[in-house]
Design a protein around this ligand. Structure first.
Ligand SMILES: O=C(O)COP(=O)(O)O
Ligand SMILES: [Mg+2]
Length: 223
Protein backbone atom coordinates (compact mmCIF):
# COMPACT_ATOMS: atom_id res chain seq x y z
CA UNK A 1 0.00 0.00 0.00
CA UNK A 2 1.42 3.38 -1.01
CA UNK A 3 2.20 5.77 1.81
CA UNK A 4 0.70 8.98 0.40
CA UNK A 5 1.92 11.07 3.32
CA UNK A 6 5.61 10.23 2.67
CA UNK A 7 7.91 12.48 0.65
CA UNK A 8 7.65 11.59 -3.03
CA UNK A 9 10.19 9.17 -4.40
CA UNK A 10 12.34 10.38 -7.29
CA UNK A 11 12.53 8.01 -10.28
CA UNK A 12 15.24 8.59 -12.88
CA UNK A 13 15.61 7.62 -16.51
CA UNK A 14 19.11 6.27 -17.19
CA UNK A 15 20.52 6.94 -20.69
CA UNK A 16 20.85 10.68 -21.29
CA UNK A 17 19.67 11.49 -17.74
CA UNK A 18 22.02 9.95 -15.17
CA UNK A 19 24.48 8.53 -17.70
CA UNK A 20 26.15 9.79 -20.84
CA UNK A 21 26.14 6.28 -22.27
CA UNK A 22 26.14 6.88 -26.03
CA UNK A 23 29.92 6.32 -26.51
CA UNK A 24 29.67 2.69 -25.36
CA UNK A 25 26.41 2.09 -27.26
CA UNK A 26 28.05 3.56 -30.37
CA UNK A 27 31.15 1.39 -29.88
CA UNK A 28 29.07 -1.82 -29.62
CA UNK A 29 27.07 -0.84 -32.72
CA UNK A 30 30.22 -0.04 -34.67
CA UNK A 31 31.91 -3.33 -33.69
CA UNK A 32 28.89 -5.16 -35.14
CA UNK A 33 28.98 -3.01 -38.29
CA UNK A 34 32.73 -3.69 -38.71
CA UNK A 35 32.07 -7.44 -38.45
CA UNK A 36 29.47 -6.98 -41.20
CA UNK A 37 32.01 -5.11 -43.33
CA UNK A 38 30.08 -1.84 -42.98
CA UNK A 39 31.21 1.70 -42.18
CA UNK A 40 30.84 3.06 -38.61
CA UNK A 41 28.06 5.45 -37.55
CA UNK A 42 28.72 8.82 -35.94
CA UNK A 43 27.90 9.63 -32.32
CA UNK A 44 25.07 11.96 -33.31
CA UNK A 45 23.46 9.33 -35.53
CA UNK A 46 23.56 6.70 -32.79
CA UNK A 47 22.39 9.22 -30.16
CA UNK A 48 19.34 9.91 -32.34
CA UNK A 49 18.46 6.20 -32.16
CA UNK A 50 18.51 5.94 -28.31
CA UNK A 51 15.36 6.06 -26.23
CA UNK A 52 13.11 3.12 -27.10
CA UNK A 53 15.38 0.28 -25.96
CA UNK A 54 18.23 -1.68 -27.54
CA UNK A 55 16.16 -3.88 -29.92
CA UNK A 56 14.59 -0.76 -31.47
CA UNK A 57 18.00 0.94 -31.62
CA UNK A 58 19.42 -2.04 -33.54
CA UNK A 59 16.43 -1.96 -35.92
CA UNK A 60 17.14 1.74 -36.58
CA UNK A 61 20.83 1.00 -37.18
CA UNK A 62 19.95 -1.80 -39.62
CA UNK A 63 17.58 0.48 -41.56
CA UNK A 64 20.22 3.23 -41.69
CA UNK A 65 22.84 0.78 -42.99
CA UNK A 66 20.61 -1.19 -45.36
CA UNK A 67 20.85 -4.49 -43.46
CA UNK A 68 17.98 -6.90 -44.16
CA UNK A 69 15.47 -6.80 -41.30
CA UNK A 70 15.25 -10.62 -41.25
CA UNK A 71 18.56 -10.53 -39.34
CA UNK A 72 17.19 -8.41 -36.48
CA UNK A 73 16.99 -11.10 -33.78
CA UNK A 74 20.56 -12.25 -34.43
CA UNK A 75 22.09 -8.77 -34.59
CA UNK A 76 20.11 -7.43 -31.61
CA UNK A 77 21.34 -10.37 -29.51
CA UNK A 78 24.94 -9.77 -30.64
CA UNK A 79 24.91 -6.03 -29.92
CA UNK A 80 23.17 -6.59 -26.60
CA UNK A 81 25.72 -9.19 -25.41
CA UNK A 82 28.66 -7.07 -26.59
CA UNK A 83 27.24 -3.90 -25.04
CA UNK A 84 26.50 -5.58 -21.69
CA UNK A 85 30.11 -6.78 -21.54
CA UNK A 86 31.48 -3.28 -22.35
CA UNK A 87 28.81 -0.96 -20.92
CA UNK A 88 31.02 1.20 -18.73
CA UNK A 89 34.22 1.71 -20.74
CA UNK A 90 33.57 5.32 -21.75
CA UNK A 91 30.20 5.87 -20.04
CA UNK A 92 30.19 8.51 -17.31
CA UNK A 93 27.62 10.06 -14.99
CA UNK A 94 26.60 13.59 -15.92
CA UNK A 95 28.12 16.38 -13.78
CA UNK A 96 26.62 16.66 -10.30
CA UNK A 97 24.61 13.40 -10.43
CA UNK A 98 26.24 11.75 -7.40
CA UNK A 99 25.91 14.86 -5.24
CA UNK A 100 22.24 15.29 -6.23
CA UNK A 101 21.45 11.64 -5.44
CA UNK A 102 23.12 12.02 -2.04
CA UNK A 103 21.28 15.26 -1.26
CA UNK A 104 17.91 13.78 -2.22
CA UNK A 105 18.53 10.63 -0.18
CA UNK A 106 19.67 12.66 2.84
CA UNK A 107 16.43 14.65 2.60
CA UNK A 108 14.50 11.37 2.84
CA UNK A 109 13.50 10.67 -0.76
CA UNK A 110 13.56 7.08 -1.97
CA UNK A 111 15.25 6.75 -5.37
CA UNK A 112 14.42 4.58 -8.36
CA UNK A 113 15.29 3.99 -12.01
CA UNK A 114 12.93 3.42 -14.93
CA UNK A 115 14.90 2.78 -18.12
CA UNK A 116 14.30 1.15 -21.49
CA UNK A 117 17.85 -0.26 -21.34
CA UNK A 118 17.71 -4.05 -20.78
CA UNK A 119 18.25 -5.42 -17.25
CA UNK A 120 21.61 -7.06 -17.98
CA UNK A 121 23.21 -3.91 -19.35
CA UNK A 122 21.52 -1.73 -16.72
CA UNK A 123 22.92 -3.80 -13.86
CA UNK A 124 26.34 -4.07 -15.50
CA UNK A 125 26.75 -0.34 -16.01
CA UNK A 126 25.34 0.60 -12.59
CA UNK A 127 27.64 -1.91 -10.89
CA UNK A 128 30.71 -0.69 -12.79
CA UNK A 129 30.01 2.91 -11.88
CA UNK A 130 29.30 1.95 -8.24
CA UNK A 131 25.72 3.21 -8.51
CA UNK A 132 23.71 0.01 -7.99
CA UNK A 133 23.27 0.41 -4.22
CA UNK A 134 22.02 3.98 -4.52
CA UNK A 135 18.59 2.90 -5.81
CA UNK A 136 15.67 1.28 -4.00
CA UNK A 137 13.92 0.02 -7.16
CA UNK A 138 15.03 -0.54 -10.75
CA UNK A 139 12.65 -1.28 -13.63
CA UNK A 140 14.51 -1.96 -16.88
CA UNK A 141 13.43 -2.32 -20.50
CA UNK A 142 12.77 -6.04 -20.27
CA UNK A 143 11.42 -6.14 -16.68
CA UNK A 144 7.84 -6.02 -18.01
CA UNK A 145 6.18 -6.82 -21.35
CA UNK A 146 5.68 -3.05 -21.85
CA UNK A 147 8.39 -0.41 -22.33
CA UNK A 148 8.18 3.38 -21.96
CA UNK A 149 6.24 5.33 -23.26
CA UNK A 150 3.69 2.84 -21.91
CA UNK A 151 3.02 3.87 -18.29
CA UNK A 152 3.38 0.38 -16.77
CA UNK A 153 7.16 0.42 -16.12
CA UNK A 154 6.99 3.80 -14.39
CA UNK A 155 3.96 2.77 -12.34
CA UNK A 156 5.76 -0.46 -11.38
CA UNK A 157 8.77 1.54 -10.19
CA UNK A 158 6.52 3.83 -8.16
CA UNK A 159 4.64 0.89 -6.64
CA UNK A 160 7.93 -0.78 -5.69
CA UNK A 161 8.98 2.42 -3.92
CA UNK A 162 5.66 2.59 -2.09
CA UNK A 163 5.07 6.35 -2.32
CA UNK A 164 3.90 8.87 -4.88
CA UNK A 165 6.74 9.80 -7.24
CA UNK A 166 8.30 12.39 -9.54
CA UNK A 167 9.96 11.26 -12.79
CA UNK A 168 13.21 12.84 -14.03
CA UNK A 169 14.18 12.15 -17.65
CA UNK A 170 15.69 13.57 -20.80
CA UNK A 171 13.45 12.56 -23.67
CA UNK A 172 10.08 12.82 -25.33
CA UNK A 173 9.63 9.14 -24.46
CA UNK A 174 10.00 9.97 -20.76
CA UNK A 175 7.64 12.96 -20.98
CA UNK A 176 4.97 10.81 -22.65
CA UNK A 177 5.47 8.06 -20.06
CA UNK A 178 5.02 10.46 -17.15
CA UNK A 179 1.93 11.94 -18.75
CA UNK A 180 0.42 8.49 -19.31
CA UNK A 181 1.20 7.59 -15.68
CA UNK A 182 -0.21 10.86 -14.33
CA UNK A 183 3.14 11.72 -12.75
CA UNK A 184 5.02 15.05 -12.57
CA UNK A 185 7.90 15.14 -15.08
CA UNK A 186 11.18 17.05 -14.70
CA UNK A 187 13.26 17.46 -17.87
CA UNK A 188 17.09 17.28 -17.91
CA UNK A 189 17.99 19.42 -20.90
CA UNK A 190 21.56 18.15 -21.49
CA UNK A 191 20.51 14.61 -22.50
CA UNK A 192 19.28 13.05 -25.73
CA UNK A 193 16.01 14.87 -26.46
CA UNK A 194 15.09 14.35 -30.13
CA UNK A 195 12.29 16.90 -30.52
CA UNK A 196 12.07 20.65 -29.80
CA UNK A 197 11.51 21.27 -26.09
CA UNK A 198 8.25 23.13 -26.71
CA UNK A 199 6.72 19.94 -28.11
CA UNK A 200 6.76 18.14 -24.75
CA UNK A 201 5.24 18.95 -21.39
CA UNK A 202 7.16 19.09 -18.13
CA UNK A 203 6.65 20.52 -14.64
CA UNK A 204 10.21 21.87 -14.47
CA UNK A 205 13.51 21.68 -16.35
CA UNK A 206 17.18 21.86 -15.36
CA UNK A 207 20.54 21.86 -17.12
CA UNK A 208 22.79 20.99 -14.15
CA UNK A 209 22.08 18.43 -11.44
CA UNK A 210 22.89 20.92 -8.71
CA UNK A 211 19.52 22.52 -9.54
CA UNK A 212 17.53 19.32 -9.02
CA UNK A 213 17.15 19.12 -5.21
CA UNK A 214 15.47 22.55 -5.04
CA UNK A 215 13.14 21.61 -7.92
CA UNK A 216 12.16 18.39 -6.17
CA UNK A 217 11.62 20.29 -2.93
CA UNK A 218 9.26 22.74 -4.67
CA UNK A 219 7.33 19.99 -6.43
CA UNK A 220 7.12 17.97 -3.19
CA UNK A 221 5.60 21.01 -1.46
CA UNK A 222 3.15 21.40 -4.35
CA UNK A 223 4.67 24.74 -5.35
O1 LIG B 1 17.99 2.06 -24.00
C1 LIG B 1 17.43 3.05 -24.51
O2 LIG B 1 17.13 3.14 -25.71
C2 LIG B 1 17.05 4.20 -23.65
O3 LIG B 1 17.33 4.06 -22.32
P1 LIG B 1 16.68 5.13 -21.29
O4 LIG B 1 15.23 4.71 -21.19
O5 LIG B 1 17.48 4.89 -20.05
O6 LIG B 1 16.85 6.50 -21.86
MG1 LIG C 1 16.88 8.69 -21.69
Amino acid sequence: MADLTALPSVIFDLDGTLLDSVPDIQAAVNRMLAEEGLAPLSRSTVQGFVGNGLPVLVARVMKECGIDESRHAELAARVSADYSAHAAVETVVFPGVIEALETLRNKGHRLGICTNKPNGATNAVLRSLDLLDRFDAIIAGDSLPQKKPAPEPLLAARDALGTKAIFVGDSEVDAATAQAAGMAFVLYTEGYLRVPKDEISFAAEFFHFDELPAIIQDLSAGR
